[in-house]
Design a protein around this ligand. Structure first.
Ligand SMILES: Nc1ncnc2c1ncn2[C@@H]1O[C@H](COP(=O)(O)OP(=O)(O)O)[C@@H](O)[C@H]1O
Ligand SMILES: [Mg+2]
Length: 425
């Protein structure tokens, strides 16, 4: 698939952007902080309803505005769909498909499938469990709205249950009616948490089982001389009770979780928090016989992170879908061998969107079209603008916003070799 058109209004640093995109590689160039990553972030948000950088929506909305609008027309095997998402700084987001009536945001999931490589990916290996849970959940989300609904219901029940747990100890000490009501409410929350937790966990286990062989293959091709790798789901309720060889279906996991919640009730009340369930689980990335976190070298960690992303591409392709691949400033992070590997791997991608401050970082064989990103800073405030685009052999017209003559001059053709270290022509 590929994104044919992208429109942004009030998304991050963009007041407005209108981009016509093509198949093949497109490289967004411009100095650091000019708004390149914001373009990829908008597309990533459309595909996953999550930003790869922040967990809240407010930072995504241009400062001073109340909502952002992201509209992308996606072509998939000759079929075209336009997904539009209104991101509200406060309150629920709204979506529409092909200009239709407003619907729940999650209904656009599945229209755009993408895999994003970003410098933040190192945190998949070295960061906290939350990073790895997010990785799995974003893979699940791209398959469609159903499981995302379970996840957001789970989060809601978790919040309410945790709030109750925080006040439960005091209520139980007072005894009487109050204590009885806390216990009966907890019973209800336990059941719901276990049911929804079963659905969320089972979805993660399914996607992990599909991903693992692709991850193993990808890692072997990146680091052929390294020790073997694998992935294990690490359930807080116990890896002996949840995972391959134990509970794997939503109902089985739900039963296990309900049992654990009963066992842990006193401890949960004492600590005022929910101690088991998918919000406490982790993905164990295993190198040789060790957990990679805190153990793998810098180079190994990068190879593992790349293998998770390359594996995600292979996973999507195995479904018969060609994802849009986005490379956010990653070449700067990688050594020459990994750069070449990534360039070779992405060479025949249907659409490849790349950002770079310095075009020289991009391996020359990638070629493709270049789109310049600049900023205007005047009485109307600071905002990103598209300043021009250049193909390898022909100029591709872009509909650019009016360009202020004081701060920006349009650059119709920017050969890579003429872009200096700051990214300015
Ligand atoms: N909500 C927002 N409103 C206005 N500007 C924003 C907002 N969020 C981020 N920015 C600006 O966007 C810029 C960073 O954009 P980014 O796409 O990350 O840059 P880069 O070109 O380096 O990838 C910063 O200058 C930041 O101030
Ligand atoms: Mg960036």
């Amino acid at each position: 698939m590929f994104v044919r058109e992208l429109h942004l209004s009030d998304f991050r640093s963009w007041r407005s952007a209108d981009l016509e995109l093509t198949t093949g590689p497109t490289i967004f160039t411009g100095r650091n902080g000019f708004g390149k990553t914001n373009i990829l972030e908008a597309l990533y948000y459309l595909a996953t309803l999550r930003s790869h950088r922040v967990s809240a929506d407010a930072p995504l909305v241009h400062s001073g505005a109340t909502s952002a609008l992201v509209t992308a027309t996606v072509e998939n095997s000759g079929r075209e769909l336009t997904a539009q998402l209104r991101v509200n700084a406060e309150g629920a987001n709204k979506a529409s498909i092909n200009g239709g009536p407003p619907r729940r945001a999650r209904e656009i999931l599945g229209i755009l499938r993408t895999v994003l490589f970003a410098p933040e990916d190192l945190a998949l290996v070295r960061g906290e469990p939350g990073e790895r849970r997010r990785f799995l959940d974003e893979l699940v989300a791209q398959r469609g709205p159903l499981l995302v609904a379970a996840r957001s219901d789970y989060d809601r029940v978790l919040r309410q249950r945790s709030a109750l747990l925080k006040t439960a100890a005091a209520a139980l000490r007072r005894g009487g009616d109050q204590a009885a009501s806390v216990i009966s409410t907890l019973d209800v929350w336990d059941q719901q948490l276990a049911d929804l937790g079963g659905q969320v966990t089972a979805a993660r286990l399914r996607i992990l089982a599909e991903l693992t062989p692709h991850f193993v293959d990808s890692y072997a091709s990146i680091a052929p001389h390294s020790r073997p790798v694998t992935l294990h789901y690490k359930a807080a309720a116990g890896t002996d009770v949840i995972g391959p060889g134990a509970a794997t279906t939503p109902a089985e996991i739900g039963t296990v979780l309900l049992e654990r919640l009963a066992q842990l009730r006193d401890r949960e009340i004492e600590r005022g928090m929910s101690l088991v369930g998918p919000h406490r689980d982790d993905l164990d990335i295993v190198l040789g016989s060790d957990t990679a976190k805190g153990f793998a070298s810098h180079g190994e960690s990068w190879s593992l992170a790349l293998a998770l992303r390359l594996g995600s591409v292979a996973l999507t392709r195995a479904e018969g879908i060609e994802p849009v691949i986005m490379l956010d400033d990653v070449f700067a992070e990688l050594d020459a061998a990994r750069r070449r590997m990534l360039a070779a791997f992405t060479a025949d991608t249907e659409q490849l969107l790349i950002t770079a401050a310095v075009a020289e970082e991009i391996p020359a064989e990638i070629g493709g079209r270049r789109v310049g990103v600049d900023v205007i800073d005047d009485a109307d405030g600071r905002r990103s603008v598209i300043v021009g685009s250049a193909a390898h052999n022909e100029a591709v017209p872009v509909s650019s916003v009016p360009v202020s003559p004081v701060s920006v001059s349009p650059v119709p053709e920017v050969p890579t070799s003429e872009v200096d270290a700051e990214g300015t022509p």
